[in-house]
Design a protein. Structure first.
Length: 187
């Protein structure tokens, strides 16, 4: 009796399978042959990088709205720990995420290390290193992520905004348009 049931299950599963491409980036989803993203989060709950499928442009391109520009640099909203949103500069030259000391305090980030960081002017500054439980920019969600924390003396120079760097978008081709930033998976 088991053999006919196994055969029926195998046939049913084969009929449900549609051609799909392997994932081009981390996340718990697949893209079928029509470019439709299918959320598989329920199958991999421990995944550190999730994808919010709503609002992803055709072809799996993430779009992040630009709020305004500061000295020609795009300012975007970034949500940390699923509940605090901050304006941040989308810094194509930054290797990581730099948050202000005020944001670190509000988020309850504990410093576990320090590092010396070189900023665009060539000046070096000592930064704290901590982690946040999540980072969301547009429809891209990262799980636990390291962040650098600017010293309180730098908060004014940053105009109260942190820097969003390659930790978030380093695996994507980035196009900065007039009103949106697009992250396209690398193939």
């Amino acid at each position: 009796m088991k053999k006919p049931i196994n055969a029926i299950i195998l046939i049913a599963c084969t009929a449900l399978i549609t051609p799909a491409t392997a994932q081009e980036r981390e996340g718990c989803f697949l893209v079928d042959s029509k470019g439709t993203l299918i959320n598989l989060r329920h199958l991999c709950p421990d995944n550190s990088q999730e994808v919010d499928i709503q609002g992803i442009a055709e072809g799996g391109v993430f779009e992040v709205p630009i709020k305004r520009k500061e000295a020609g640099i795009a300012v975007v909203d970034v949500t940390f720990n699923e509940n605090k949103t901050y304006e941040m500069l989308f810094d194509t030259g930054a290797s990581g995420i730099l948050i202000t000391s005020k944001a670190a305090e509000e988020l309850g980030v504990r410093i576990f290390d320090t590092a010396t960081s070189t900023i665009a002017s060539g000046e070096e500054m000592e930064v704290g290193i901590g982690t946040v439980s999540s980072v969301k920019v547009g429809n891209l969600i990262l799980g636990e992520t390291p962040v650098a924390i600017a010293p309180a003396t730098a908060d004014e120079g940053l105009k109260g905004m942190g820097l969003l760097g390659q930790t978030v978008y380093g695996d994507y081709d980035v196009t900065i348009k007039e009103n949106v930033i697009q992250f396209k998976p690398r193939s």
